[in-house]
Design a protein around this ligand. Structure first.
Ligand code: NAP
Length: 463
């Protein structure tokens, strides 16, 4: 019996997704560059549901026509290699879905190149890590609608469920829209992780709370409005011990990155959209990797330790508020970037659907997405910043956010996301900013001109 679908790449994501697809009643052919992984996979999970192919030709031959293949390999050169390898064995009308974290411009290039050969190509963001891939990921497919229709049924069956039980998959839009949305999802993920790390740092460095107490504070956060997948697994990470020692105390404080946060920030800079919380998180990871320099400077620039003026119980309440407001701002910045990209790249994004698809399976799933989704359902193309809901939330949490940032500054604790998001908000609510001085300076040294507040036109000063 021919297979319904083929999966190329049996790494963490490919093997989990292959098992998920097979569990929904599909026959799946699998192929991997190094054949040992196929043998291992078939030995471990092999039954009537799988066919393990050694050569790419067998793999392609084993599939029902038109063939449907999901590629799950690292973005960039590996994806390009794997595509070249498989395309020579495919026929016109066959379809490939790239489920890796590809750069959206590569996805658009592959789509155009493959179209010339009659192959249909779908770029699909997949979120949820190994567990998501196995039990239900959040899926963000984009490209030609026909390409989506090839995979629609299978994707609908393997996806996670949103808050109302619908599959967390929707056609995101044209060209590289799927991978663009996934890129921004990952940018938000950077900011979310950074602000949680900042909260941990504040409790540890200013209040010197015992590790187990910090764990309980995070557990409390997870049971309130901050409920999210990342808050939830932060409790798992905090709880883990080796003997009596928290594992966290043994993990080196250098954060890795694979590039999606950087791409999000580059895009934000290119399109002129401020994403300070997200971009701050990318800088924070860069700074974390400067371990030797930090260790040297810590000895050379000592600081005076001050006693906190706010009780730890009151600070925890402020912190919960600041994290909540900052979370909203992380999503707002991602959405503002997506709005600009929609205009720039003509994706035809469906904003309420994006927030619905992020409700289940993905790394940034959070209870806050329920309210954000409702707002966008009412006004799909309006900025969340203009909603009365947002303005009300700001009123509720603003002062707490300010106290948290002020406390961090007076105790020398660096904040990249919580601080950047507060400044973002302060700037947005300032009808007057000091950009008049910048314009004056630009005109003084470079005759760049300026607008006046009292009459229209372009002016120069007689400096
Ligand atoms: P992984 O565990 O490192 O597996 C990588 C797979 O790619 C292996 O099967 C490897 O084959 C294959 N591969 C590498 N170079 C290749 C090449 N030149 N030609 C053909 N195959 C090649 O990676 P993963 O975590 O499964 O990630 C797969 C994709 O999903 C990536 O784009 C990743 O960014 C994305 N993703 C990952 C996660 C996650 O949480 N891990 C979440 C969402 C998306 P060999 O066995 O021969 O080396």
């Amino acid at each position: 019996m021919a297979s319904h679908i083929g999966i190329m790449g049996l790494g963490t994501m490919g093997s989990a997704l292959a098992r998920n697809v097979a569990s929904r009643g599909y026959k799946v052919s699998v192929w991997n560059r190094s054949h040992e992984k196929v043998t291992e996979f078939i030995t471990k999970y092999g039954d009537q549901s799988f066919y393990g192919a050694e050569h790419i030709e067998d793999f392609v031959e084993s599939l029902d026509a038109p063939r449907k293949i999901i590629l799950l390999v690292p973005a960039g050169a590996a994806t390009e290699d794997a595509l070249q390898n498989v395309v020579r064995a495919l026929s016109e009308g066959d379809c490939i879905m790239d489920g890796g974290n590809a750069y959206f411009k590569d996805t658009e290039r592959f789509q155009n190149q493959l179209k010339e050969q009659g192959i249909v190509f779908l770029g699909c963001g997949v979120s949820g890590g190994e567990e998501g891939a196995l039990y239900g990921p959040s899926l963000m497919p984009g490209g030609e609608r026909q390409a989506f229709e090839y995979f629609e049924e299978i994707l609908g069956k393997i996806a996670a469920e949103d808050f109302s039980g619908k599959a967390c998959v929707a056609y995101m839009g044209k060209a590289g829209a799927g991978h663009y949305v996934k890129m921004v999802h990952n940018g938000i993920e950077y900011a979310e992780m950074q602000m949680l790390a900042e909260a941990y740092d504040l409790l540890k460095r200013i209040y010197k709370l015992p590790h187990d107490e910090i764990t309980e504070i995070f557990r409390g956060f997870d049971q309130g409005p901050l409920d999210s997948f990342l808050t939830h697994i932060a409790v798992d990470v905090l709880e883990k011990k080796e003997g009596a020692t928290p594992l966290l105390n043994l993990i080196m404080d250098k954060a890795g990155q694979k590039g999606t946060g950087l791409w999000t920030s580059q895009e934000a800079l290119t399109l002129g959209i401020p994403t300070p919380g997200i971009t701050g998180a990318v800088f924070a990871r860069g700074l974390s990797s400067l371990k030797d320099l930090r260790t040297e400077l810590a000895l050379k620039i000592p600081t005076q330790e001050l006693a906190p003026v706010i009780t730890s119980a009151d600070f925890v309440k402020d912190l919960e508020s600041a994290l909540y407001l900052s979370r909203i701002l992380n999503f707002v910045q991602g959405l503002e970037l997506l709005q600009a990209a929609n205009t720039e790249h003509h994706y035809e994004l469906n904003f309420p659907e994006i927030l619905r698809v992020w409700q289940g399976g993905c790394i940034i799933r959070a209870t806050a997405l329920k309210d954000l989704h409702e707002i966008l359902k009412q006004a799909p193309n309006e900025s969340i910043l203009k909603s009365t809901w947002f303005q009300k939330k700001v009123q509720e949490h603003f002062q707490s956010h300010r106290r948290v940032v002020a406390t961090a500054a007076s105790h020398g604790v660096p904040l990249f996301t919580l601080n950047a998001n507060l400044s973002y908000l302060e700037a947005l609510r300032s009808s007057v900013l000091p950009a008049n001085l910048i314009q004056g300076l630009r005109d003084r040294f470079g005759a760049h001109g300026f607008e006046r507040v009292d009459e229209p036109g372009n002016f120069h000063g007689q400096w």
